[in-house]
Design a protein around this ligand. Structure first.
Ligand SMILES: [Zn+2]
Ligand SMILES: [Zn+2]
Length: 347
């Protein structure tokens, strides 16, 4: 089968590889739609040492089951079922897995990193993933394309669980990509009265205002973010700050722009060792709360699916390009060069 891989020399390319075998302890899924994530983009531009090579890339997908192994008959999956999956697979045994935080498992293995990914016609779902609830039935009302956005939205949803967004809060988000916009939508859903997005690329700021009506856009190239937020909040600062970008300096600014008792989510991973951005005294005296977040869980994905089913979250508006697997690199370039929000691949 055709797949987009990182080969043993860590070069990304389309390759002809053997399709995964039908086994007693796996489920095979025909990939109907996959999408390019920020993580994939970083891998495309800068490589990724966390990927065991050779490896099929990609982890956001939806498709149809074409094989259910004999050992997995008890889990309620049949040939033809429409499914998606939470790509971060826990061991199922450790403290974190048992508490439902499988994304924090000490032995976390991820589709597209330790298991072959979804930029291929077929993906293998290992027994461990099925047993731990990572494979999820997709309701008829959610299309394959839309379903590829469940995982990234569920990462945002996980991040917001820490932030106690209340009625009347001002929420400031750095970055207006799909993730920034989803964060904005989820914040409104929790009652935020004002959502402000900081975005230096004019085109992207304008698109974000179209996608999420009501948001305020600050351009940090032409405006002073801290002063603008002070003006908007009558000197108080933002109740909640979310960094949905990999620009490290925003971690510092987040602490300045936050109100006293503000909550900060360091959502976007940053390059380098990540040291040197936190101001302990500022956190101490302003009683700031700073939260990390990593990946998501099947539970959060189901909550996002429910929002999509109920029409509270419209994934489709973020999908701006659909490409065939052969053209996957065109998808990457269009994200980099044309600010395309979400690219979906049809393998
Ligand atoms: Zn992702
Ligand atoms: Zn575990």
């Amino acid at each position: 089968m055709k797949a987009y891989i990182m080969d043993k020399d860590r070069i990304l390319r389309i390759a002809d590889i053997s399709a995964p075998l039908k086994k007693a302890d796996n489920i095979l899924v025909t990939v109907r739609a996959a999408s390019i994530c920020g993580t994939d983009m970083r891998t495309f531009l800068k490589g990724n040492v966390k990927i065991d090579v050779p490896r099929v890339l990609g982890h956001e997908f939806a498709g149809d089951i074409v094989h259910v192994g004999d050992d997995l008959k008890e889990y309620g999956f049949d040939i033809g079922d429409r499914v998606t999956a939470a790509p971060a697979i826990g061991c199922g045994e450790c403290y974190y897995c048992k508490k439902g935080y499988s994304n924090m498992c000490n032995d976390l293995e991820t589709i597209g990193f330790q298991y072959d990914g979804v930029f291929a016609s077929v993906v293998e779902i290992p027994k461990k993933a099925v047993k731990n609830g990572n494979l999820i039935h997709l309701p008829e009302s959610i299309s394959y394309d839309d379903a590829t956005l469940i995982e990234p939205a569920a990462c945002a949803w996980n991040g917001q669980t820490y932030l106690q967004i209340h009625e009347g809060d001002t929420v400031l988000i750095y970055g207006s990509g799909m993730i920034g916009c989803i964060h904005a939508e989820l914040a409104y859903r929790k009652g935020a009265s004002r959502v402000v997005i900081v975005e230096p690329v004019e085109k992207r700021g304008k698109i974000a205002m179209e996608k999420v009506p009501g948001i305020v856009w600050i351009n940090p190239f032409t405006q002073n973010t801290v002063e603008e937020v002070e003006k908007l909040t009558k000197g108080k600062g933002a109740d909640v700050v979310i960094t949905a970008t990999s620009v490290p300096s925003v971690h510092e600014e987040a602490q300045k722009v936050a109100a006293k008792r503000g909550r900060i989510s360091l959502f976007g991973g940053i390059p380098g060792d990540g040291k040197g951005y936190l101001d302990s005294n500022l956190i101490h005296y302003k009683e700031l709360q700073v939260f990390g977040v990593h990946a998501t869980t099947p539970g959060y994905m189901k909550e996002i699916m429910k929002m999509m089913e109920d029409g509270e979250l419209d994934a489709k508006k973020y999908i701006e390009k659909i490409v065939a697997l052969d053209d996957v690199e065109r998808g990457f370039f269009s994200i980099r060069d044309d600010n395309t929000m979400k690219v979906v691949i049809h393998p």
